[in-house]
Ligand binder design. Structure first.
Ligand SMILES: [Zn+2]
Length: 663
């Protein structure tokens, strides 16, 4: 995730070449950018649009069942121990405090394999991302599991970070000599984004006004240093500036702060940031004019592109400008094109104008960023489609990337994984490629995906319930307990289910005193029938139960699914049952390549015992028990048809998800 621009130049000659092509391509459309934006101001504020749904403070939703176990596995493993697994990047680099970047700093241990280069000190922001994305996931995981020991440790880290705040409110990684004075790559806004997201999570839990005040002062310090419409925070003389452009995600902080303080100035600032980002000469897909042009494919560093979806969305909702709505919808079409069967978007670092298919890798960071993009769209639009996309990505691509029993993930993985030995399906062209294998750290590549693997589960959980003007909305389904209030009455809802591994869900609704409100339950789009123990009306893809809820009410819903045959954007066939994408699981042998001092943590590669890329013609398929499906496919080695038993890709290691079509 972090290894953009600079590191690519040093380590990956092929990517350097690609980057050169990208630069030419982006510069060619530069003139178009300015001519289009001159016609009519797409960044003019018309009227901000209120979101259709409201999020709930994250610790009001507790996980249970398999989701709780997943979270616990992370806390016992990489999320609970990353600081001691990479002490040089986290514990020993007080980058926000005593080791802030100044002109005197000449180098920094950044973890990844890197050669000497013409470094400039402002580039050395990487450890801030590692530290604070890890901290954000760690804080939320510890709180959701109510683990007092880890909560105490989190509090200590938060307090130490808050203590680094300067008198003028500055919280960040640069000393006064460097801060806010850049004309090139820098991590000013990005280092703040990752830190403030973690601090906002802590504030939601602790409700300590001093924490909120510290965040407000720190954000206001940015607004003062980069005055709205009178500064150029994204100006750079070098169009490849990965840390700088990560900084557009500062809109995450601004939007959350606007929710808490109800101050619209933070939303207006989102619009300003996107405007300035769009007007600079930088190699990024999400710039306004590039989005508008359907002939410009997504090219850039995947994780940037997918996280910027939220910023485009923030700018549109802050302005209500239809020009930005057009840009947003065009962006969504482009993302659709690069998405694979599992919901993973192409991002083996770069997208490179390719179309999603079973053999292209996606970075774990991209999975997290795009999933919360879908959730953001759900919150703002109330459209069930985006809940479907978030669930689809989480249950398939993300759970299909996470090791089923150990605390480890792949930095890069594909839908069709025939080998996980470092390179893409056994490719050894790049000897430094280690991303396609399991590790609880991935230090050789970059410690970016592991922190995000610690964020994706709590972020999914905290968005399982939202509110609207009429009551409560079950937006993402799964085992959980909600404790909230409706019109000042305490309401608790226990959701008991194995969903998506089973499709029946039981809700126990408890109210402190009888109260009428509407309870909306998302109907998955694949459900062909619904059985419900209580009467409901269906509205916009939600089952609506509008009634008086007495002290305790039980509601049981059963969604009927069937096997569906689907096609990827490059016309490969795959099968889905309910929310789960199915695969042919390939037997594999594990080789442990490194062991860590924490029990059970190690790195490993997997080799297929018999890798065969099956093909599909018109083979018969049928639903089988336990979310499985039988299908007749062609074995291209023997030339014979074989019957395979497909199972969910979640919790698999080597597998084939999509099948090339043959006549
Ligand atoms: Zn990553």
């Amino acid at each position: 995730m972090r290894k953009t621009g600079l590191s690519i130049n040093m380590e990956h000659p092929k990517k350097y070449f690609l980057l050169g092509l990208l630069t030419i391509c982006f510069l060619q459309i530069k003139n178009k950018v300015f001519s289009q934006s001159n016609n009519k101001d797409p960044f003019q504020k018309i009227k901000s649009i209120p979101p259709a749904l409201q999020t709930i403070p994250f610790n009001d939703i507790q996980p249970s069942g398999w989701l709780k176990m997943e979270l616990q596995k992370n806390l016992n493993g990489f999320t609970g121990h990353l600081d001691s697994l990479v002490p040089d990047l986290i514990l020993n680099d007080d980058i926000y405090g005593t080791k802030r970047l100044s002109k005197q700093v000449k180098s920094k241990n950044l973890g990844a394999i890197s050669a000497e280069g013409d470094w400039q000190v402002q580039f050395l922001w990487w450890n801030s991302e590692t530290q604070c994305n890890w901290l954000d996931g760690y804080i939320r995981t510890a709180i959701l599991l109510k683990d007092q020991q880890h909560i105490k440790k989190a509090e200590k880290i938060v307090n130490a970070l808050l203590a680094t705040q300067d008198k003028d409110g500055y919280l960040g990684i640069y000393d006064p000599e460097l801060r806010y004075k850049f004309d090139n790559e820098n991590g000013e806004l990005w280092a703040k984004t990752t830190l403030f997201r973690a601090l906002l999570g802590w504030y939601e839990y602790k409700k300590d006004p001093q924490v909120l005040s510290a965040i407000v002062r720190a954000v206001d310090n940015v607004l003062k240093a980069y005055p709205i419409n009178q500064s150029r925070p994204f100006y750079t003389t070098n169009p490849n500036a990965g840390g700088l452009t990560h900084g557009l995600a500062f809109t995450d902080v601004l939007e959350q702060l606007a929710k808490i303080t109800r101050k619209n100035q933070y939303l207006d600032y989102c619009l300003f940031l996107y405007k300035d980002f769009s007007n600079q000469v930088i190699n990024e897909d999400a710039q306004y004019a590039k989005l508008l042009d359907p002939n410009i494919s997504l090219m850039g560093h995947g994780v940037h592109t997918y996280e910027h979806l939220r910023s485009v969305l923030a700018a549109y909702y802050a302005s209500g400008n239809p020009a930005l709505k057009m840009a947003l919808y065009s962006f969504l079409k482009k993302i659709e094109k690069v998405t694979t069967a599992s919901g993973g978007p192409v991002s083996d670092e770069f997208i490179g104008g390719r179309t999603g298919n079973g053999l292209l890798g996606y970075e774990f960071c991209s999975l997290h960023e795009l999933m919360i993009g879908w959730i953001d769209l759900l919150e703002k639009s109330g459209d069930n489609l985006y809940a479907e996309k978030a669930e689809h990505l989480f249950f398939n691509a993300a759970l299909g990337n996470t090791h089923p029993t150990e605390s480890a993930i792949c930095y890069l993985k594909q839908d069709n994984s025939f080998q996980l030995t470092g390179g893409n399906n056994g490719d050894t062209t790049d000897k430094h490629q280690t991303r396609y294998r399991y590790s609880p750290v991935h230090k050789e590549a970059a410690v970016c995906c592991i922190p995000n693997a610690g964020r994706i589960v709590p972020y999914f959980i905290q968005n399982m319930w939202m509110k609207d003007a009429q009551g409560l909305v079950a937006t993402l389904l799964g085992p959980s307990v909600l404790n909230t209030t409706v019109s000042n009455t305490a309401v608790s809802i226990t959701e008991t289910t194995e969903y998506p591994f089973e499709n029946n869900v039981a809700f126990q609704i408890t109210a402190k005193s009888p109260i009428r409100f509407s309870l909306k339950i998302r109907k998955p789009q694949w459900a062909i029938a619904v059985k419900s123990s209580l009467p409901y009306k269906e509205l916009n893809g939600f089952l609506v139960y509008d009634q008086v809820w007495n002290l305790s009410t039980k509601l049981v819903i059963d969604f009927t699914s069937e096997i569906s045959k689907k096609f990827t954007s490059n016309k490969e066939v795959y099968f889905q049952k309910g929310a789960l994408v199915l695969c042919h699981e390939i037997n594999a042998s594990q080789q442990i390549t490194k062991t860590y001092p924490i029990a059970g943590l190690h790195e490993s590669t997997y080799q297929a015992i018999q890798p065969i890329a099956y093909q599909y013609s018109k083979g018969v398929y049928a639903s089988m028990p336990n979310n499985s499906c039988s299908v007749w496919v062609l074995n291209p080695i023997t030339g014979k048809q074989e019957q395979l038993m497909l199972k969910p890709m979640a919790r698999t290691i080597l597998r084939q998800v999509s099948f090339k079509m043959i006549p």
